[in-house]
Write a protein that binds this ligand. Structure first.
Ligand code: ASP
Length: 348
């Protein structure tokens, strides 16, 4: 139920939702918040309080970086006690990366952080931005019968679905249903009513404080294997100066080529204490390294399973764990445990 005394902070970082067309170049460019707000007069009719925090400069989300994630954490941290929930307006291109990173940067989160945006600018007649924005604000203000936030998680709300942020991937550059949580059910669906899957929502410990983490280590690489990958490509990536971890995107249930050069190079990297995490290129399903001989070979070389982690969440989790100065062995261990509901380690 909406708490009429609720205060929500709307953090505007940029993205298509607030963009307008540059008449000279035809390109969409970020525009100011007054433009955005004047296109959503419905916001005045919300029966709770909404304040705004605007990033300067506003950015296209393809320019997002760990520095921007730190800025977002800082804004939430500085305003945490004053607000009941937070909505972050963000471009869709990297929204899943941001949602994944933020999910790790708050521990024992006791308030909702809902990311949303749109595929069409808010000034367009057919925009999807209005519904996304209004419903995200309502979810951020929603309380249960005990007066606690219904969804104290980092989520993405987009086209009627509320998804756990670190389970999402952008799957569509055209349609309004831009995001998918392929391996975890939605936390809510907004129809005539907003129906929550309460049993799936993380429950914080309200007697404990939330912890904010601003340090991330970006000594990470992603390597997508493909038929025809050469030793030069693999060697180049695994020998990047100061690299600490590689997210290895493999086929199907975690399979890759079994050529000696491939396995030996991976083994050498593991011996140098580089953490190699196996995630699947498939949208649905999980890595099962025991299932095929090719997967077992990776396991023998010291590659660890990322189970059903998305690439976005794997990157964010590695940056977070190395940001905590964990040793490679501790990182390997923690990569196999769900910290924020980001993975299911059951291979079945
Ligand atoms: N390029 C835009 C961005 O991510 C796309 C969008 O918002 O949908 O900022």
């Amino acid at each position: 139920m909406i708490d009429v005394n609720a205060h929500v902070l709307l953090i505007y970082t940029g993205g298509t939702i607030g963009m307008i067309e540059n008449l000279e170049t035809g390109a969409l460019e970020p525009f100011n918040f007054t433009h955005l707000r004047s296109n959503v007069p419905e916001m005045k009719r919300l029966n709770f309080h909404v304040d705004t925090f605007i990033f300067d400069p506003l950015i296209d989300s393809s320019e997002i970086s760990p520095d921007k994630w730190r800025e977002m954490v800082k804004v939430v941290k500085d305003h945490y006690s004053q607000y009941d929930g937070f909505v972050i307006l963000h471009g869709t291109d990297t929204m899943s990366y941001t949602a994944s990173a933020l999910s790790f940067m708050f521990d024992n989160l006791t308030k909702p952080i809902i990311l949303t945006g749109s595929q069409l600018p808010i000034g367009k007649l057919r925009t999807d931005g209005k519904e996304n924005l209004i419903t995200a604000l309502e979810i951020a203000a929603d309380k249960d019968v005990d007066g606690r936030p219904v969804v104290p998680e980092v989520c993405i709300y987009f086209q009627n679905l509320l998804l756990r942020g670190n389970r999402t991937t952008k799957i569509n550059a055209e349609n309004f249903n831009a995001f998918k949580s392929a391996n975890f059910m939605e936390l809510a669906e907004a129809g005539v009513n907003i129906v929550y899957n309460t049993s799936k929502i993380l429950k914080p410990n309200y007697t404990k404080e939330v912890a904010f983490y601003e340090s991330l280590d970006d000594s990470i690489a992603v390597l997508k294997i493909f038929p025809g990958i050469t030793p030069e490509v693999l060697t180049a990536v695994l020998n990047i100066h100061d690299i600490k971890a590689v997210v290895l995107e493999t086929y199907g249930s975690g399979n890759a080529l079994s050529d000696d050069w491939f396995l030996a190079e991976l083994q050498r990297a593991v011996d140098r204490d580089i953490v190699i995490v196996n995630v699947t290129q498939c949208l649905h399903g999980t890595v099962q390294m025991h299932r095929y001989e090719t997967g077992q070979n990776l396991l023998k070389a010291g590659v660890i399973s990322g189970y059903d982690l998305t690439t976005e969440a794997a990157i964010a989790k590695l940056m977070f764990l190395f940001g905590l100065n964990k040793l490679p062995n501790q990182v390997r261990e923690l990569m196999q445990v769900s910290l924020r509901g980001e993975m299911d380690t059951d291979e079945a």
